[in-house]
Ligand binder design. Structure first.
Ligand code: PLP
Length: 439
């Protein structure tokens, strides 16, 4: 009997004992290609010597100092790196320990900003259907998964939802990207007007949708139009890049590709690349100045914010990405991955869509390509896909289920940025084998 309260206690899990580069190894000696980086976490792969050394050096020097007593050089250096790389004046970095905490901090920063500037009536948060922002109460409240919220509804603040930008399923026949983007911006504007423009604090969206829909990028100009609506009504734009940020799309911040600067952006998974739990929320000068020049401090905090060892790991991960030119590799290998998946599976009757950006790739599984009819939920295809891929020595992140009425099975691929052309070939071979085994 295990005393660990596992995520899914009924599942029989192998014991992971090692990790080398692209691979994880279990206690039976079986090797798995980590083609999803866990849940898009592992950006440098496993056992990277530079990161290991940085962690060892930091622990030997100073593992942790509470941030109400001290700052540390390593957290300052990491914040400098992130602020310099972030678009616009996202110059202030609030460190946390993971993605949900980063989202909570963003929501509270947005709320406190309006309290500080004398607009305390701004309280509403608008997010999108088909979104995941985390499992803590604030993040859960804004997320688009009704079934995840359901048992906890009495504990949650009310959030409001508009349509996601999901061209494959929700763009109308004959509708151009531009018209689709405008329709969605109009929907957001209508929601803001319905709630009362001076009561809305923020609009929250994943720059590229991850877990709920499988690497769905926005259509061109979507975020520019959303930014314009937010600006028109003084609503803050929060982009959640917990999954899509830190190089996953081929840009350090995914929103760089969309040409927009949010007021707040959250990052986590790829920040520490799995070597340490760390996340962050970045905010602009305007938000920082209002809070620091107002009440003087952000009314928030956790014991482990700015943890020195976590910062050392993240700093080494981010410096390696720059020094080894890995963003170029992410873009090139991402093109290769999508190209080879299309060549190998593009005609398969159950493959509806292959999409994504950089090494953030989604494959949508359908019952019928022509009608885009979804697979019968009772078949639990995503679960079978994950298990069979594992048997085939491939780690993938498939998801399924009904998300606010939209049903879909998709498989997320998010391999480490160090992937070689041959690694991508092996991933595609095992993916194709798994698809043929399952469907
Ligand atoms: N936001 C997004 C976009 C995510 O994908 C996730 C996790 O999958 C989270 C927030 C929550 O992050 P964590 O699981 O680290 O709390």
């Amino acid at each position: 009997m295990s005393h660990v309260f596992h995520r899914n206690p009924k599942m029989d899990l192998p014991t992971a004992v090692g990790g080398q580069g692209m691979e994880l190894i279990d206690s039976n000696g079986k090797r798995y290609i980590d083609a999803s980086g866990g849940a898009a976490v592992s950006s440098l792969g496993h056992g990277h010597p530079r990161v290991i050394k940085a962690i060892q050096d930091q622990v030997a020097q100073l593992a942790y100092a509470h941030t109400s007593f001290f700052t540390t050089q390593v957290s300052e250096d990491l914040a400098d790196l992130l602020a310099a790389a972030a678009p616009g004046d996202l110059n202030h970095v609030y460190f946390v320990s993971g993605g949900s905490e980063a989202v909570e901090a963003a929501l509270k920063l947005a709320r406190q900003y309006f309290v500080e500037i004398g607009q305390p009536q701004r309280r509403h948060m608008i997010a999108r259907r088909q979104s995941y922002h985390g499992n803590t109460l604030g993040a859960l409240a804004i997320g688009g998964n009704a079934w995840r919220r359901e048992p906890f509804l009495p504990l949650l603040v009310q959030a409001h939802h508009v349509s996601p930008c999901f061209a494959y399923r929700e763009r109308l026949d004959g509708e151009t990207d531009s018209a689709y983007a405008q329709r969605l911006a109009d929907e957001l504007e209508a929601k803001i007007l319905e709630l009362g423009p001076d009561t809305v604090a923020a609009f929250v969206a994943e720059t590229v949708v991850g877990a709920t829909a499988g690497a769905v990028p926005p259509v061109a100009d979507y975020f520019k139009r959303i930014r314009a609506v937010c600006d028109k009504y003084g609503v803050l734009l929060i982009l959640d890049e917990v999954m899509s940020g830190m190089g996953r799309t081929g840009y350090l911040f995914a929103c760089e590709e969309d040409g927009v600067v949010p007021d707040l952006v959250t990052i986590a998974k790829g920040l520490g690349g799995g070597y340490q739990p760390i996340g962050a929320t970045l905010c602009t000068d305007r938000i920082y100045d209002a809070i620091v020049g107002g009440s003087g401090f952000f009314q928030h905090g956790h014991t482990y914010i700015g943890h020195a060892t976590a910062c050392a790991a993240a700093l080494a991960v981010q410096q390696t990405i720059v020094d080894d030119g890995l963003l170029d590799n992410v873009r090139a290998r991402g093109e290769q991955l999508r190209g080879e998946l299309r060549a190998a599976l593009g005609d398969h009757p159950n493959v509806g869509d292959i999409r994504g950006r950089g090494l953030f790739v989604g494959v949508e599984l359908v019952a019928d390509r022509a009608t885009k009819a979804t697979l019968d939920p009772a078949r639990k295809t995503h679960a079978k896909f994950k298990a069979r891929a594992k048997d085939n020595g491939l780690l993938l992140y498939p998801m399924g289920g009904t998300v606010d009425g939209v049903r879909g099975d998709h498989v997320l691929l998010a391999p480490p940025f160090i992937a070689s052309p041959a690694d991508i070939g092996r991933i595609v071979d095992r993916f194709a084998q798994t698809l043929n085994d399952v469907l």
